[in-house]
Every structure is written in structure tokens, then in C-alpha cells.
Design a protein around this ligand. Sequence first.
Ligand code: GSH
Length: 211
Amino acid sequence: MRLFDFALAPNPRRVRMFLAEKSVEIPLVQINTRERAQFDESFVAINPLSMVPVLELDDGTCIAESVAICRYIEELHPEPPLMGTDAKDKAIVEMWNRRVEFMGYAPASEVVRNALPMFEDRGLSGMPGGVPQIPALVERGKQSLGRFFALLHRQLADNSFVAGEAFTIADITAFVTIEFAKRADVEVPERGTENVVRWHAEIASRPSAAA
Ligand SMILES: N[C@@H](CCC(=O)N[C@@H](CS)C(=O)NCC(=O)O)C(=O)O
């Protein structure tokens, strides 16, 4: 098994954190998306969508999509559970992970990819022909992120972690989202989001945060 990764990209980081929490080690292969390695013929054969991460199994099967890779690892290595324990718990973890992806990660990506000069003509992932940036999406993304931080603050008022009392994949997704948004100088506001600040410091102190 090997994981096609890029050390500087947020989605592969989600998978690396997940693996670190499980103490699972998988050989990493770097695909430098800043140098367009995702569009090399050899990688397109692995993922026609030209995105990392991808988990290649020993039988040659290639699994893309961060959550799909985590699901596979969770099935192979159930302890500690990071995607819920029973039917209700699993559904709640998935609910929160999807909320974080759609309401946090997507706007963070909208801001970063439409604001940073390094993404000029790379407004969307995996597009070999290039996609122009749309500056208006930066402001809209920032407003969405403000709503996301408020949502997290409310959720973390009564819960230790994003999906309840256990650390899960939803914490990983939310943590990586917040770190990703910082690239466009979007920070969790100091006032009115104290629960997020408390939770973020806890997640940042876990060894997996360095993955
Ligand atoms: N939905 C995919 C998204 C993967 C993705 O967007 N990967 C980015 C790196 S974080 C990428 O490979 N971008 C290629 C590019 O910028 O062209 C997942 O969850 O893994």
C-alpha cells in the first residue's frame, strides 16, 4: 500500500492526521501539485481527477477522496474509532464531518484559491487547462467562514469535540480547515468564538497535528 500525498496540501494532511491517530504508517509518495505533477500521465493513470490524496492498494486499486481513504483505514484498523461506534454515533460523526466540509472547508478553499497569487489561473483543483480566479468569491468565502466559526462555537459550547465527547474525523477536518484558511490570513476571531479557540488549542497539542 502507498499513499500519494503532497506535504503542503490540506486534504492529504487530513489523511496523514487520521493515520497518525491510528498509529498506522504507510509509505508516502509526494506529488508536487505546485509543480503540476498531478497532471503527469503517470499520476492521471492513478487518479484521472488529478488530485491528491490517493491510496493505492497492493492489488493496484486506487482510492481517492480523503474520507473514502479514511473509511478504508477505519475498517482495517478500528481502534481508536474515529468515525463513530454505533449506528447513531456513526451518523452523527458523518453529519458533522459533512457540515465541516461543506460549510468550512469549501469556503476556505474558495478564499484561498481565489485570493492567493500562487493560485493564479488555478481557481479550481485538478484542472489542467487552468481556471481563472474570481475575486468576488473571496469575500463570499470569508462571510461563509464567519458563519462556520459561529456554528463551531455553538457546537463546542456543550461538546468537548466537534461531533460530541470523542475525538473524530470531524475534528481533523475542522482543524485542517482552520489551518488552511490561515493561508489567506483568515483567522478565527478572538472574541465570540472562545469555544473554538479552546478546542483548537487542544487539537493543535495532539501529536497528530504535526502530521
Ligand atoms: N475531494 C477531494 C479533494 C482533493 C483535493 O482538492 N486535493 C488538492 C490538494 S488539497 C489537489 O490535489 N489539488 C490539485 C490541484 O490544485 O490541481 C478529497 O477530499 O480528497
